[in-house]
Design a protein around this ligand. Sequence first.
Ligand code: FAD
Length: 483
Amino acid sequence: MSISYGQGSECRTAKLVLALRGVVGAENCIVDDEHKARYLVDWRKLYSGKTLAVIRPGTTEEAAAVVRACAAANVGVVPQGGNTGLVGGAIPISDGEEIIISLERMNRIRALDKANYTVTVEAGCVLSRLHNVVAEASLFFPLSLGAEGSCQIGGNLATNAGGNAVLRYGSIRNLALGLEVVLPNGQIWNGLRALRKDNAGYDLRNLFIGSEGTLGLITAAVLQLFPPPTHITTCVLGFPSLERLPDIYGFLRERLSYGLSAFELMPGHAVDLASETLRGIRRPMRASHPYYALVEVSDFSQDAVGNSAVEATTMELLERQLISDAVIAASAAQRRDFWKAREGIVDMQPLLGAVAKHDISVPVSNIGSFISQAAEVIDKIAPGVLQIAFGHVGDGNIHLNLIERENEKMSAFRARAQEIGVALYDLVDAFEGSFSAEHGIGQLRRQDLISRRSSIEIDVMRAVKRTIDPQGLFNRGKLFATP
Ligand code: FAD
């Protein structure tokens, strides 16, 4: 398709929308405000934007034609998946001059190769649907996160999603073998290779993974699958102090090796608050403890030993007085209850008050001391603010969220959020950690990216962007502010 446009900008955009309608059909070219609305606000309702139109291509060829038309009109493109991202990456910057490309119609499973343990899937497939499809073939895709009922594979790839099983399987970067991408000039790069070994030149796949929609539109991927675990043991450990965290984790790692597939921190006060705030959340054990670790162990042997290895290990943890209590899930329902408590910590937060979120990683060996020192830093700046440090601590990843519950103090708290962020990220730097462990940069962390990564790193990133997207078409104002 080749389109040329007149000079006037309104005429130009009207012609573009007409051309896009011709590509995807009127029902997939959404221009009225009522139907556009759900694509224009992010999950946390922190960001809202405007758009010329939401375009929903049904095939890679349609997606490429849409991008070519936008490039010809010099109109920006915002890729959008399930819109569950937490940094405003899928919401257009507010000038209303961009097109959103929603992948939601591109949700087919193109191929399932049981012998190669791979699936080729379109970018708009919702993660939980992929779980179900591969489970029907007695296979397992390990990426798992709280938003899995809404987030899409393309969004997972664009944000290099981590989640609850990184400990054993890595983030989606480790799970993706090949990609298909529509480049900003509208060409289709077919890198859908289902290979575990492929050292032919630069690894373009890894460039697009984690690029947050700034380098192109991911339309499909080849993902690795695994045999499903023969047995999963889930348990909760209660313990009195963060100082014990590295020892507990180290001991589990030593005894259970790669069987250890999740190690999540849940502070006792947060579990109690979740059970008071939300229905169906219960404290995992009768007595209350300052901290809980939600631990999952996957067994893959045919003669699965079930819970016995975990029982023996928790007994030893108790004998060594590293933990005070342990409960092993006796049923699938109890396992679900444990995970509900973990997810309840996230779900309750917006109901409590104004929240400032931080997604930090430090080496696992230092995680206990980091959380303790961070608590002191925060308390000095915002005394009395509710601190919840939780999450994937087995990966060194802490979600450190601060909540001001008193209405009259909220505006002062919001005003100080930046000061808190700076102090916190200074501490992260001192611990040689990252200010963005798994949520990415989007609109929210642009300034931190510039100020906390070296100029060498930033220059290389900008050079990559200029090379792949010289018009600066894709996801303007994300990662870096628009010039
Ligand atoms: P979107 O939000 O639609 O987009 C995210 C970014 O990717 C945007 O920059 C967008 O432009 C880009 N993008 C989307 N699709 C494409 C595409 N096809 N091609 C190119 N770019 C694209 N994240 C974790 O890593 N680990 C967690 O444990 C985790 N837990 C979460 C729990 C909850 C309750 C919520 C709400 C979010 C959580 N997240 C987590 C964040 C979020 O779910 C992930 O970042 C997810 O991978 C985003 O997928 P999405 O389809 O919703 O992408």
